[in-house]
Design a binder for this molecule. Structure first.
Ligand code: FPP
Length: 245
């Protein structure tokens, strides 16, 4: 798979979404269909993430946000949670230098409280090492929930003594984990599910939504290209009327 020659893809005339967000779903089903344990599906999902990061760099996407672990995912069986944490730690150990060389700037969306201190330390090191890179911003939503993010922002605003008159959408956005970044243009969800699952619920208010039946480990560079082509066929109206009216 890895050495397969890359098919040339024509990007001429395409608007590349500045910010793509992905709900990487279907690792478990991918594994079950092969008679493998769920952990094998998560490992395949992690390998695929590497391919999709490369494709984003190749296509000129500026911000990629991935939903790696939600606040609700702690409720999965303990063995699976432990397995996922191992994968996150291993990916940081094995891929960080490469991501840094590639010009990827890592951001974390979420709360590190309650996460294993050794993993917290790896995350902090990764953020520090890559903070000046600007080829691709990779937001990793880890121990993240959209509602929790909003409550976190409101608490901070109250603590800062923001008055009702001062509060604008821009100010509110500046208290979110994505402060300073553009909102997602395109949200992709793999595995055929049609839910937003508490992901970027403020930021994705006007994003184009692209559900695909592909399971995450199978979602390829070519599939990402297809999603971008579909995005180009949408008419983004932001609540307005079509242009010819
Ligand atoms: C959903 O599959 C996937 C997750 C719970 C996220 C984990 C993602 C990875 C391991 C990819 C790599 C990420 C990083 C940051 C290295 P699922 O288990 O919900 O699938 P199912 O719905 O088919 O059971």
């Amino acid at each position: 798979m890895r050495n397969r020659r890359k098919k040339p893809l024509d990007l001429t005339g395409l608007t590349i979404p500045t910010h793509i967000a992905i709900i990487m779903d279907g690792n478990g089903r991918w594994a079950r269909r092969r008679g493998l344990p769920r952990q094998a599906g998560h490992r395949a999902g992690a390998e695929n993430l590497r391919r999709i990061i490369n494709a984003c760099v190749e296509f000129g996407v500026k911000v990629l946000t991935i939903y790696a672990f939600s606040t609700e995912n702690w409720g999965r069986p303990e063995k699976e949670v432990r397995g996922l944490m191992k994968i996150f730690a291993r990916v940081l150990d094995q891929e960080l230098d490469d991501l840094h060389r590639q010009g990827v700037c890592l951001h974390h969306l979420g709360d590190l409280t309650g996460v294993d201190p050794a993993l917290q330390e790896k995350v902090r090191r990764a953020l520090e090492l890559t903070k000046n890179n600007d080829r691709l911003i990779l937001n990793v939503a880890f121990n993240y929930g959209g509602r929790a993010e909003i409550l976190h922002a409101v608490r901070q605003m109250l603590a800062d003594g923001i008055s009702p008159d001062e509060l604008t959408e821009e100010l509110f956005s500046s208290y979110l984990f994505t402060a300073g970044l553009p909102d997602p243009d395109l949200v992709i969800r793999t595995s055929g599910e049609l839910r937003i699952s508490n992901f970027l619920i403020w930021q994705a208010a006007y994003a184009e939504y692209y559900p695909t039946p592909q399971l995450w480990p199978d979602f390829s560079r070519e599939d990402l290209y297809e999603a971008i082509v579909a995005y180009n066929q949408r008419e983004r109206r932001f609540g307005l009327v079509p242009e010819e009216n």
